[in-house]
Ligand binder design. Structure first.
Ligand code: SF4
Length: 494
């Protein structure tokens, strides 16, 4: 239950938000009736149309919501095999065969909201509230980076002790921790929607990407799941959260939906309309799209009574249609999925994933065994509990080059500049060399002996790829940087 301090803070914030929304002139881009009509249309197999859509998607121009809705509703195994192949092609054209690795770090779980699907909701007495102190964060970062991570997704609940000041202070604390070669080079944020001046404060603390998930885009369902009189009950405040972030100068913003709390086909189209509206207003779409699947949490019976469960086959379709429809956007697969299913989904167009994940507050400091034991500190259950090194071992076996690259925002390739490269298929010319450099750092500093041996072999193949596909100058620079890294230098990038 909320404390008096939390209740007062919440009421004041709701009043401030409602006042602000009187001046919000943006047009709601989610037309529930139209999206529902699209997803309820039956699709019959029209081979010329499907061939045309596949050909168009391979030009990396994307698909319209109407086209996506048509594909979503096709029920033909052969057609889907063709679409899966197209998704693999598009991912490879834009980003190459590299997978960016990160992990989430939960810093606070106090929450004044009461989302029925979430373990952190205020009415869940089985959950212990915790907001990490800056000293605790320093220890958490040391543990987190000691296995090789360079980019972190920090996650915050919503409450008086997790406000923009705390978020900015946490980021500064994280960047300041250096321990030998261990350091965080990019801090991404998943936190509640903020006001523009709050976003400006967070931007100043050198944010990478700001993530806000709409959870469900369907207004009626949103109302059912988020109750009355909570900050999160205000759909419009959340819908334009990332528009305000862009307005404040945060160029890389990320959207997502919690798949499994409403009809997944509605959410796919909602995400597309969201990305399109950001593109329309700011000339830059969303940096990434996440598609977490709803998982059980402690004392959260809603999971068992929910009729919108998403099957594995639905998940394949979600990833594929999003990859074809919004090709320039990074796609984030989460450790909610099982190892076997992650291995399969990653082929369909995923460009980033978390690994070595621990979602307990203070979980990295307390060690890997905590992943299994601390449901009272976790928002949900995760499906892949492997260590970072175990996950990398599998990626290497499958021929993917793991990447810890954080070059883009530090080189100013954010927002429009990033999109221009992604939309023209030029991003991979930088992604692969940067993956090579950061993977070599991992192999030298953190890899187990077995991963080191097979990782170096794979790395040599990618250096050859650069030789064959990039300019001679780029290839020479990669070789020079690798030599310097092997002599002890770190953090070289393009
Ligand atoms: S989903 Fe977010 S806002 Fe809702 S209860 Fe959980 S932590 Fe709070």
């Amino acid at each position: 239950m909320n404390t008096l301090k939390e209740l007062t803070w919440k009421q004041e914030r709701i009043a401030k938000i409602n006042k602000y929304l009187e001046t919000e002139n943006r047009k709601d881009f989610i037309d529930d009736t139209y999206i529902t009509s699209l997803i309820n249309k039956r699709s019959t197999v029209d081979k010329p149309r499907i061939a045309e859509l596949i050909a168009r998607s391979k030009t990396i121009k994307g698909l319209s919501p109407e086209d996506a809705a048509y594909l979503i509703n096709i029920d033909d195994k052969d057609v889907w095999e063709g679409l899966y192949e197209a998704a693999r092609y598009v991912k490879n054209e834009v980003y190459g065969n590299r997978i960016v690795l990160f992990a989430p770090m939960y810093l606070s779980n106090e929450c004044v909201n009461d989302c029925v699907y979430c373990g952190f909701r205020e009415s869940n007495d089985a959950m212990k509230d915790k907001v990490m102190s800056y000293d605790e964060i320093k220890e958490e970062v040391k543990a987190f980076t000691s296995v090789g991570h360079k980019r972190v997704l920090t996650v915050f609940g919503e409450g008086p002790n997790s406000d923009a000041n705390y978020i900015a202070g946490s980021m500064k604390t994280i960047y300041a921790v250096k321990n030998g070669n261990d350091e965080i080079r990019r801090v991404n944020i998943n936190a509640a929607p903020q006001f523009v001046d709050e976003y400006k404060m967070i931007k100043q603390a050198q944010i990478g990407t700001y993530q806000v998930f709409q959870e469900t885009y369907n207004k009626e369902r949103y109302k059912q799941l988020h109750g009355k009189d909570h900050i999160k009950s205000i759909y419009k405040w959340r819908l334009f959260a990332l528009h305000r972030a862009q307005e404040a100068g945060i160029s890389d913003v990320a959207i997502g939906a919690l798949f499994g709390i409403y009809d997944w086909r509605f959410e796919v189209l909602g995400l597309m309309y969201h990305a399109a509206d950001m593109d329309r207003e700011f000339g830059v779409g969303t940096h990434t799209i996440s598609f977490p699947r709803f998982e059980p949490a402690i004392n959260t019976p809603f999971y068992n009574n929910n009729k919108y469960k998403v099957t594995d086959d639905d998940m394949r379709r979600i990833v594929t249609v999003l990859r074809l429809s919004v090709p320039y956007t990074g796609m984030i697969l989460t450790a909610r999925e099982t190892p076997e299913f992650r291995r399969e989904l990653i082929q369909l167009g995923v460009s980033q994933t978390d690994a070595g994940t621990n979602i307990a507050i203070g979980g990295y400091t307390n060690g890997q065994d905590q992943v299994n034991k601390v449901m009272e500190k976790q928002q949900f259950e995760i499906g892949d509990k492997r260590s970072l090194d175990e996950y990398i071992s599998e990626l290497v076996d499958d021929g993917y080059i793991p990447s810890f690259c954080t070059a883009d925002y530090r080189c100013g390739r954010v927002g429009c500049d990033f999109m221009a490269l992604a939309k023209t298929g030029k991003m991979k010319k930088l992604c692969i060399p940067n993956a090579v450099l950061t993977f070599e750092e991992y192999l030298l500093d953190y890899a187990s002996p077995a991963v080191k041996v097979k990782g170096e072999k794979l790395l040599n193949k990618y250096v050859e790829f650069v030789r064959g596909n990039a300019t001679p100058a780029m290839h020479k620079q990669v070789e020079d940087y690798l030599a310097r890294i092997r002599k002890g230098e770190r953090d070289l990038y393009f």
